[in-house]
Ligand binder design. Structure first.
Ligand code: FES
Ligand code: FES
Length: 153
């Protein structure tokens, strides 16, 4: 076991976990942050996506120990705990959430894209989200929500 010092959603925390613990497991099972979802566990579906130092990563294939000293952001870090943030509100307004299983990962990937490219084109949005699968929406509503964010809605 190791004592990991992680910064998650702006808060420093110490957590005991095996040296080989994956970030997804530490978030969900040790820190009770269940927004990041468990899907394929092979870096294909994107539902486990969180941001590490602003970059979207699939937390099912990242060692938690590699994230010490970095800023980890999960969907629980969006908004202020009571209010949804602007991107979350746009996901709702554009119907980009159906079952919701992909949504935390989509939001993390989309925010990472928007932080780097505040006004993406449709092609750039598609490329930015190509690591995230959605079984429900057909993607169009998700792309529309991200484009709306870029337009300042
Ligand atoms: S659970 Fe991590 S990419 Fe699918
Ligand atoms: S809303 Fe159901 S998987 Fe995307």
């Amino acid at each position: 076991m190791a004592l990991l010092e992680l910064t998650v959603n702006g808060e420093e925390t110490k957590v005991e976990a095996p040296d080989t613990a994956l970030l997804l497991d530490v978030l969900r099972e040790r820190l009770a942050l269940t927004g990041a979802k468990r899907g394929c566990e092979t870096s294909h579906c994107g539902c486990c996506t969180v941001r590490v130092d602003g970059m979207a990563v699939h937390s099912c294939v990242v060692l938690a120990a590699r994230c010490e000293g970095k800023e980890i952001t999960t969907v629980e870090g969006c908004g202020d705990g009571m209010e949804l943030d602007r991107l979350q509100r746009l996901f709702l307004r554009y119907g980009a959430v159906q079952c919701g299983y992909c949504s935390p990962g989509m939001l993390m990937a989309a925010q990472a894209l928007l932080d780097q490219n505040p006004t993406p084109t449709l092609d750039e949005v598609k490329k930015g989200l190509d690591g995230n699968l959605c079984r429900c929406t057909g993607y169009t509503a998700i792309f529309d929500a991200v484009l709306a964010y870029g337009r300042g809605e």
